[in-house]
Design a protein around this ligand. Structure first.
Ligand SMILES: Cc1ncc(COP(=O)(O)O)c(C=O)c1O
Length: 373
């Protein structure tokens, strides 16, 4: 990995994502205990849903909180290796081009095989390197994203196991609606067990079967099988878990305005009375999306302060009329707790008509991640 030339630049801007390691630890322990005897694959793709993959994978590996890690691409897997992660890493995405297989095998990343073409590529790559590839076959059961249907899975299995170059370690599928549709989930799981049964009938032994994401792990005990793949609950964004990430900043500018003053681009807010308005140095360039304009609340002085006008790329204005001692340097919590108040990812997701996954994953690379116990 090339050295990051910005690594030595000091962090001065007060905007940061604070990640509670104790929350992640608690969540992983809870998931691990719920899933047992199934093992836990901690899904840390997309920089651990914005929480920082290297740091959290190191925590999980050091404290044996997970059996292994799920990433979406070879690059993400290589980044974990570069961060010192030695344990099992499964690349959940479909690999392309051919060089991806070579890189993955070299770095001991387990790969997902979802087509006969990919199976042939992984065999060729393993032969070229003279090193065994380890793969998990992906079965399509109703997600409609990547995955081979049963007849192809059987062919893929046969070719891979006959190759002598590849070890088939597992068979898995992804459930599309474990959080919303028990019947559909049940149907997906029965397609899965039928295929798993056929593989076993052909002599497949020792395969790790897996299907469960967080919602399935929590709601469908039968889906846990040998391994569960959990992301969102580990970050505390499922019922009964502790949210790990807070987005915090500080007031950098404050002013009093008269009735009739306009705030932000396109006059998107008009003061209907004299107001005290603070500017926070965070905006959509940080992942605090424009859909929050005139809708979201920011916590200042323990009070909810409404965002005024359009969120801009780097700054957001909020109404601090009710916060007597608000001043430059006062803490502003855009996501998380302050005093007795809390702005949750669920609340922000509701305002933006999206899901919590997107709220945290969108927090951009320019926001420093700070880890606290
Ligand atoms: C293949 C796969 N498995 C597991 C997960 C983890 O899902 P969740 O974050 O809902 O636990 C994901 C994430 O979307 C995924 O794509």
């Amino acid at each position: 990995m090339p050295a990051d030339p910005t690594a030595a630049v000091p962090i001065l801007r007060p905007t940061r994502a604070e990640i509670s390691l104790s929350a992640v630890r608690k969540n992983l322990v809870k998931l691990k205990n719920t899933a047992a005897p199934a093992r836990l694959l901690f899904v840390v793709k997309a920089n651990a849903y914005g929480h920082g993959a290297a740091e959290l994978a190191r925590l999980a590996e050091r404290e044996k909180l997970a059996w292994g890690f799920g990433v979406s691409s070879v690059e993400e897997g290589l980044a974990l290796r570069a961060a010192g992660i030695a344990g099992p890493v499964l690349v959940l995405g479909s690999l392309y081009p051919f060089e991806s297989f070579v890189e993955a095998i070299n770095a001991d990343l387990m790969v997902t095989i979802a087509s006969l073409d990919a199976a042939r590529q992984v065999i060729e790559a393993a032969r070229k390197l003279g090193k065994e590839a380890i793969c998990h076959i992906k079965l399509e059961t109703g997600m409609g994203r990547i995955g081979a249907r049963k007849p192809s899975v059987l062919k893929i299995y046969d070719e891979l196991s006959a190759s002598g170059a590849v070890s088939v370690a597992g068979l898995y599928t992804h459930l599309s609606s474990a959080d919303t549709d028990p019947d559909y989930t049940g149907a997906q799981l029965s397609i899965f067990s039928e295929t798993a049964g056929e593989l076993e009938a052909r002599g497949a032994r020792g395969l790790v079967f897996h299907a469960a994401n967080s919602a399935a792990t929590l709601n469908f005990p039968v889906s846990r099988m040998e391994l569960v793949r959990c992301g969102i609950a580990a970050y505390g964004l499922a019922g009964g878990f502790e949210p790990a990430l807070s987005l915090k900043s500080k007031i950098v500018f404050i002013k009093n305005v008269r009735e009739g003053a306009y705030i932000s681009y396109n006059k998107s807010f008009r003061a209907d009375r004299p107001m005290k308005i603070a500017t926070i140095p965070a905006g959509y360039g940080d992942g605090y999306i424009r859909r929050f304009s005139n809708k979201a609340d920011v916590l200042i002085g323990g009070k909810r302060c409404r965002v005024l006008g359009n969120v801009t790329m780097d700054m957001t204005m909020v109404d601090v009329s009710a916060v007597k001692d608000a001043a430059v340097g006062s803490e502003a919590v855009l996501l998380g707790r302050q005093g007795g108040e809390e702005v949750t990812a669920q609340e922000l997701a509701g305002l933006a008509d999206t899901i919590t996954y997107e709220i945290v994953t969108l927090i951009s690379a320019r926001v420093p991640r700070v880890y606290v116990e």
